[in-house]
Write a protein that binds this ligand. Structure first.
Ligand SMILES: [Mg+2]
Length: 148
């Protein structure tokens, strides 16, 4: 009888990905509300990402920068650095690939992984999820949710 006859597939989803990468790159903004927005000079720019603290002020992704500034005038506004987000995303892919060769990037901040064949080597799905979370946090500063 196979040891594991149910496939164990996880979705690894980065929390507030662009904003988390910027907070990791700028420790001085650690305790400040921060958004990534198209063009800080133009209040009509669009919010691409907001950190959890910025979201606590009611700021949401895809709203206009002017609206976000009205909700939280001292929010830190950072321009997007797409090349850096792609680099971090690929780094996370490599971390996931150290647990299984079945990794399927779905978007820049979401990746599926099939760990069915990894359980004997790495432990329970919960153990694997915690291990991935701490490695991604240590190496990139990004909190990654693992949903099964
Ligand atoms: Mg996400």
């Amino acid at each position: 009888m196979p040891r594991q006859d149910r496939r164990v597939i996880m979705l690894a989803d980065c929390q507030s990905f662009y904003a988390s990468v910027e907070k990791s790159a700028h420790p001085e903004y650690k305790d400040r509300p921060l958004v990534v927005a198209g063009d800080p000079a133009r209040r009509s720019g669009i919010i691409l990402a907001a950190c959890p603290l910025a979201k606590s002020y009611g700021i949401t992704t895809a709203e206009r920068l002017g609206e976000a500034l009205a909700k939280c005038p001292d929010v830190v506004v950072v321009r997007p650095r797409m090349a850096e987000y792609i680099r971090v995303s690929l780094h996370i892919t490599r971390i996931l690939q150290s647990y299984t060769d079945l990794v399927e990037p779905y978007s820049i901040d979401e990746q599926f992984l099939d760990v069915t064949g990894s359980l004997d080597l790495f432990g329970s799905p919960e153990t694997i999820a915690r291990s991935i979370q701490s490695r991604v946090m240590d190496e990139t500063g990004v909190y990654i949710r693992i949903n099964q």
